[in-house]
Design a protein around this ligand. Sequence first.
Ligand SMILES: *Cc1c(COP(=O)(O)O)cnc(C)c1O
Length: 459
Amino acid sequence: MKKFQTVIEPFIIKSVDPIRMTSEKERIVALEKAKYNLFKIPAHMILIDLLTDSGTGAMSSEQWAAIMRGDESYAGSASFDRLEKTVKELFGFKHVIPAHQGRAAERILFSTICKKGDIVPNNTHFDTTRANVESQGATAIDLVIPEGLDPSNTHHFKGNMDIIKLEELIKNNKDSIPVCLLTITNNSGGGQPVSMENIRAVRTLLDKYGIPLYLDACRFAENAYFIKLREPQYKDVSVKDIVLEMMSLAEGCTISAKKDGLVNIGGLLCTNNDSLAKKEKDLLILTEGYPTYGGLAGRDLDAMAVGLTEVIDEDYLEYRIAQAKYLGEHLISLGYNTIQPPGGHAIYIDAKSTLDHIPSLEFPGHALAVEFYKTGGIRSCEIGSVMFGTNDTDTGKEIPAKMELLRLALPRRTHTQSHIDYVLEVAKDIIDRKNNIRGLKIIDQPKALRHFSASFELL
Ligand SMILES: *Cc1c(COP(=O)(O)O)cnc(C)c1O
């Protein structure tokens, strides 16, 4: 046991953004103006923004210094050389292709590898990944282990792939599976990790059928740290070596550097497949840019190279995972039901059981999101029937989503311990009077992706 238990932020603050304090009265006006849609609230009206951990982290002074070194040459930029060298060292892949963010890397991978009628298995597709598979006319199938779908189950690796179901799927569709993915950590499943044992088992199975494995590795460092903490034989292995071992089991990966790249914009597509890399680079030139910049500025490539090396620092990862755990465990002690155990980048409150007086189609997750904003200026994100509810094509009736979650995502290196304590104080105030919280109804919505722009009314 260590002598001191307090996990401190392993950095000091050198540059600050002020938070503008607001009153509950001002926030009620802002909510009414935004028609109760938190995406429409201006950022200066938010105290603590836990909407997403994507591109919202703080860069280090080394990253800002790297930005000044950016080489903006159209072709052959030295910034690309530095990024390529770093990525090859960290991940071991032969080809490194930059892209402006994760979904651009996904689009290029699936456009070159998939065709109409194909099937792509994954533990759980992230929404952009699913959309990019489906836009090729292929089918995206999620095969996470059953424990991964049970919010209260405390299995250590709830992101694991169900190997038996994967083998069944492959046996029944031998010639139509061009690639298999594993999302580390499993974002849509609550930021839950995948074990090295499972990655290896997936790879062994795929080898039998000649199918390549790709990692959706947006949170590769958080996943590696969970492996170190929870998989006994990796206790004394460095995160750096765990990352290299995870990647060595795959033919390639797609990455949104807005997560564990510790930058505000950027993405990567990596592969060991020479002929695929050639096709991918040709497509990149058509839609993103020349392969030594891929739709980014040279300075962005340099910031990404530095971010990728900083994120595997184990003091950073200890603090990162401890912050999520602290928030998650305290919410539970206040009486919230959450997805267990706490994931790497966010805490997911089960709003359906926490606010059990609000029916799914009155949006308990969204009602809680509105309450967190009104009470404390905290922005979060509903992942439930507002985001994933659908209309029955025959009756036009609304069908609720499987779960009604509220996600509190943690931007990297951005919020202090007192910010988290403040969130918990607000959470306590809310749960103490939870029976008075009202649901909402949608009064106006677009055809698709309604959570971004729908208007609501309190019931
Ligand atoms: C964010 C994310 C993506 C997409 O990346 P963008 O940079 O937002 O395009 C893909 N997969 C996972 C698991 C993600 O979390």
